[in-house]
Design a protein around this ligand. Structure first.
Ligand code: PEP
Ligand code: MN
Length: 360
């Protein structure tokens, strides 16, 4: 994707003075619901109105979308409010219908990006059109799979492309519905700086009260826009009730977000600094999470030693770790003195943990 500059021209052409905003319900439920939300989002910073027509549900038996009927409602949204529209497509038949009903932008969901067959089917169906297409990351944290999907569209001649970061599935319980793995999004930007990258804090968090924070982090990491699920009665939404916000809350979020504008040098400097600091915050969080995990393993070792009546400290093992880490550290530009101090502190904490288990 060498000519990636082309890919962002659709966004540059919009000449926005704020990040791109896509908002609207998780699912189109009824014509009244679709139109009411759209009218409440009219005359705001919202650029595209989203609504899922075909819903990929993890388990069968849940609301699976109203289907093609909803496309008419989206046309009405455009007529009545002037908002551009976008919906998810997951196969060639969806693409055909969405083109027929003149949906302005299409997005490909996380469960479709994982499948090269589906991506190819969609790319073939779009060949020769000038649609803007956004590709959500696959459910698993695989950068190549994500880029591969985008590449298939690019090869089919789709020029107006972008990506949506919606977080990744994990077996571990975390405070997120889908963990953001910001490192991966940062790597994505490094590889394709000209491909617009939109954050979907709704599917990352799964909870409406975390949406502001995740949106701010995304903007600090130079994301180009946000996709936020919005419903006038979130609690009674037919899908993703816990993560949708009302139009009023969305407007407040948009007012409160610190949006960095590029004009003078002073602002450039602050942008750069905020960006670097946001990256450091992400890494610091990872450090604390990793250390927490390490100590949990220490607890298990403590329990094992207790069971077998073995002493907490095994000097050989400890010296081996230290030697290895000093060498690793050297390779990464860390001084021996720092590595020693850090590992002594970690080791001490580990011993404290094990001792607590042995004494319990
Ligand atoms: C959605 O946007 O409503 C959706 C189904 O998202 P995802 O593909 O990210 O799960
Ligand atoms: Mn949803």
């Amino acid at each position: 994707m060498e000519n990636s500059k082309q890919m962002r021209s659709w966004l540059d052409d919009m000449k926005l003075d704020h990040p791109l905003v896509i908002a609207g319900p998780c699912s189109a439920e009824t014509e009244e619901q679709v139109l009411r939300i759209a009218h409440e989002l009219k005359d705001t910073d919202v650029n595209y109105y989203r609504a899922g027509i075909w819903k990929p549900r993890t388990r069968p038996g849940n609301f699976e979308g109203v289907g093609a009927l909803g496309l008419k409602w989206l046309q009405k949204v455009k007529e009545e409010t002037g908002l551009k529209t976008t919906t998810e497509v997951a196969n060639a038949a969806h693409v055909k219908l969405a083109l027929e009903y003149d949906i302005d932008m299409l997005w490909i969901g996380a469960r479709s990006t994982v499948s090269p067959f589906i991506m190819q089917e969609i790319a073939d169906a779009l060949e020769g059109t000038d649609k803007t297409v956004l590709v959500k990351n696959p459910v698993n944290p695989d950068l190549s799979l994500w880029l591969g999907g985008i590449e298939r569209l690019h090869t089919a001649g789709i020029k107006n492309l972008g990506a949506i970061h919606r977080g990744f599935s994990t077996y571990e319980k975390t405070k997120y519905r889908n963990i953001p793995e910001w490192q991966l999004a940062i790597e994505f930007q490094n590889r394709f700086p000209d491909l617009p990258l939109i954050c979907d804090p709704s599917h990352i968090t799964g909870k409406r009260d975390m949406i502001f924070d995740v949106s701010q982090t995304a903007l600090d990491l130079n994301f180009d826009g946000l996709m936020i699920e919005t419903h006038f009665d979130p609690d009674n939404a037919w899908s993703d009730a816990a993560q949708q916000v009302t139009p009023t809350v969305l407007k407040q979020i948009m007012r409160d977000l610190k949006i960095r504008k590029e004009t003078d040098q002073q602002i450039d400097y602050n942008n750069e600094l905020n960006n670097l600091r946001a990256q450091i915050d992400v890494i610091d969080n990872q450090l604390i999470t990793s250390l927490g995990k390490r100590m949990k393993i220490s607890d298990s070792i403590g329990a094992l030693k207790k069971e077998r009546n073995v002493a907490v400290l095994q000097s050989n093992r400890w010296n081996e770790i230290l030697g290895k880490m000093i060498l690793e550290g050297e390779e990464k530009g860390l001084s021996e003195e720092f590595v020693l101090r850090m590992f002594k502190a970690i080791h001490q904490e580990s011993i404290n943990h094990q001792e607590k288990v042995l004494k319990a």
